[in-house]
Design a protein around this ligand. Structure first.
Ligand code: PGA
Length: 289
């Protein structure tokens, strides 16, 4: 059974002075132990967010809380790369990282090959990865969306040790966020059925690449103008495991609504708490780090 994950991508918003309080507010308002929550602030706000999420209003008695993620990572370990941040530098600040976001593909010219190197560097340093893929509008209109995403997944995972990207300690090393570029920040979402079809295609690609378990264990999130109003359409799809949320993730009310809806899906997947059947799904590990 796959986890339900809600990851917040704050993009280039917040400052070290206000990020910790915002994270603490969101953390306290999203206490759904079965939902894996991740907040990805700008690099300079990572420490403030980590500290803001450490309080008793956020961390449950069992130690579960909200994980911290970075929005990017450099593919090399160290060296003459002015302005860059390595995976090792993120240790102690973050446990997750987003790679391959379409805004970085667009603005920083990131290629699938480079994103694959980032993914491998992140894994080597012990960071769980959210790999973003998604087609442009003209590609969807031309009927090429699945082929484009298939090529992105293949290109980014080329050379990766797929056996090392499965679930460990109850959490996945690899999560894929399907984010149609035309839906990001536009207020226009994909249809739930289309996103689910893409999730199926992504898992078929993972299976073809030789992912252990055929990709069934890899969570696939939807991203692109997700709000508390639109999340339900995506979580109604069994093949969609949560969301990568941009604009709405800066609003505690929105995050509370999104995570509450995700909690319903997580509870439904878990099944009756008292089923007691050894063949039934195990309770989800609530820890998020
Ligand atoms: P959005 O961004 O929710 O603001 O569309 C999503 C993303 O870019 O991850």
């Amino acid at each position: 059974m796959r986890h339900v994950i809600v990851a917040a991508n704050w993009k280039m918003n917040t400052t070290p002075a206000d990020a910790g309080e915002l994270a603490a507010t969101i953390g306290a308002r999203t206490r759904e132990p079965d939902v894996v929550r991740v907040i990805c602030p700008p690099f300079v706000c990572l420490a403030a967010v980590r500290d803001g999420l450490a309080g008793p209003d956020v961390v449950a008695a069992d130690g579960s809380g909200v994980a911290v993620g970075a929005q990017n990572v450099h593919h090399e370990q160290a060296g003459a790369f002015t302005g860059e941040t390595s995976a090792a530098m993120l240790a102690g600040l973050a446990t997750w990282v987003i790679v391959g976001h379409s805004e970085r593909r667009r603005d920083a010219g990131e290629t699938d090959e480079l994103i694959g190197r980032k993914l491998r560097a992140a894994r080597a340093a012990g960071l769980r990865t959210i790999l973003c893929v998604g087609e442009q509008l003209d590609e969807r209109e031309a009927g090429r969306a699945e082929a484009v995403v298939d090529a992105q997944v293949r290109g980014c995972l080329d050379g990766a040790d797929l056996a090392a990207l499965g679930v460990e300690d109850g959490l996945p090393w690899l999560t894929i966020a399907y984010e149609p570029v035309w839906a990001i920040g536009t207020g226009r979402t994909a249809r739930g059925a289309d996103a689910a079809a893409m999730a199926v295609r992504i898992r078929a690609t993972l299976a073809a690449l030789g992912m252990p378990g055929g990709g069934d264990g890899v969570p696939v999130l939807y991203g692109g103008s997700v709000t508390s109003s639109s999340i339900g359409e995506f979580l109604a799809e069994p093949d969609i495991d949560g969301a990568l949320v941009g604009g709405a993730s800066l609003k505690p009310d929105e995050m509370a609504g999104i995570v509450a809806r995700a909690g319903l899906t997580a509870a439904a997947r878990r099944g009756p708490a008292d089923s007691g059947s050894p063949a039934g799904p195990a309770p989800l590990a609530a820890k998020t780090t």
